[in-house]
Design a protein around this ligand. Structure first.
Ligand code: SF4
Length: 329
């Protein structure tokens, strides 16, 4: 009996194994931040203003824009309005809610509760008379938000092990460290070890500040990195946790690792000689973009997909109370 044309096409395409890292993609903080914008639009109507990209993903931002969200970088771009102004998941310096209040803007804070926890730690250390070392990346909005919880000069940013080796505090007996939530687990452990060796009295968080989602996504990509010839990370170039996934894949034995925003970015020549490809996604990348990549692979290859799960995640965060109450409450 003649085979169907679909079977014929399948036979012509080269075989490709796909290992899908799990967990991947949306975390609880991103999920909550997007829900906040959507609920605000449903409850208060458009426009809803959002300071900074609500999460670092262009697809998410464009989808929310289409529903009536207006994205700005600073509050002075927002006209006087009764409509809500939402602060992004990355957190904001204290000056931002104060400025919103002074203009009588109605603000809703979508800061991830795990970023807020770091703000609280930094404020507590400051109140107890310690100088704060913040391990993180200069210019990232989360770093600006955490630094901006305290008066100027209270926080020193350490980006690298070299910074940790050369840092000279005024009083080594009154030091504490906090970290950005989306760092490399391994790099951060190295930096913390240097700080503890040089400043044995330094105080740190009870549990690391790097969040569960960052930790789990890095562990999942490590589990597949040694088995694949190419790792594709779906995410945005300004997404810290996505960039870290590329580094972790490379350092864990994968010969090639790349970041792409969408299927249209796939650099096909990199697939030459690759029998197994690994796929993961940063915490701000929706699963629909992973599906899009799988569809693009399926159009060129006869793919067989295996999911490699290293952790189960059941964390969810409530949205703020003002969005849980009905409009006329
Ligand atoms: Fe929160 Fe972590 Fe997600 Fe950032 S990556 S929004 S800290 S859960």
């Amino acid at each position: 009996m003649a085979s169907s044309s679909a079977e014929h096409d399948q036979a012509k395409r080269p075989a490709l194994n796909v290992l899908l890292a799990a967990p991947r993609g949306f975390c609880a903080g991103v999920d909550r931040a997007i829900q906040i914008v959507e609920l605000a639009l449903a409850k208060f109507g458009a426009p809803v203003y959002v300071r900074h990209e609500i999460v670092h993903n262009r697809y998410v931002v464009e989808s929310l824009k289409a529903k009536g969200a207006v994205f700005v970088e600073e509050l002075d771009e927002i006209p006087d309005t009764d409509q809500p102004v939402i602060f992004s998941a990355h957190g904001v310096p204290k000056s931002v809610p104060l400025a919103a209040k002074s203009r009588n803007l109605f603000s809703i804070d979508a800061t991830c509760p795990l970023v807020f926890k770091v703000h609280t730690e930094a404020s507590r250390h400051h109140a107890e008379g310690r100088k704060i070392v913040l391990i993180g990346h200069a210019g990232h909005p989360e770093v600006e938000g955490t630094t901006g919880q305290l008066p100027p000069g209270s926080v020193t940013l350490i980006e690298t092990a070299a910074d940790a080796e050369t840092f000279e505090p005024e009083d080594a007996s009154r030091l504490a460290y906090v970290t950005q939530t989306t760092l490399s687990v391994d790099d951060t452990a190295d930096i913390v070890a240097i700080l503890k060796r040089r400043f044995p009295a330094i105080v740190g968080p009870h549990k690391e500040d790097i969040c569960y989602a960052t930790t789990n996504r890095q562990a999942a990509v490590k589990a597949i990195a040694g088995k694949v010839g190419l790792t594709i990370v779906v995410g945005a170039p300004n997404s810290s946790n996505s960039l870290r996934l590329v580094e972790v894949a490379e350092r864990s034995g994968c010969p090639k690792a790349i970041l792409i925003q969408r299927a249209s970015d796939i650099p096909w020549p990199l697939f030459d000689g690759v029998e197994t490809v690994g796929i993961t996604a940063g915490a701000s990348a929706p699963e629909t973009l992973v599906d899009e990549v799988l569809d693009a692979l399926n159009a060129r290859f006869a793919i067989s997909v295996e999911q490699v799960r290293t952790a189960n995640e059941r964390i969810a965060f409530n949205v703020p109370r003002e969005l849980r109450e009905p409009a006329d409450a």
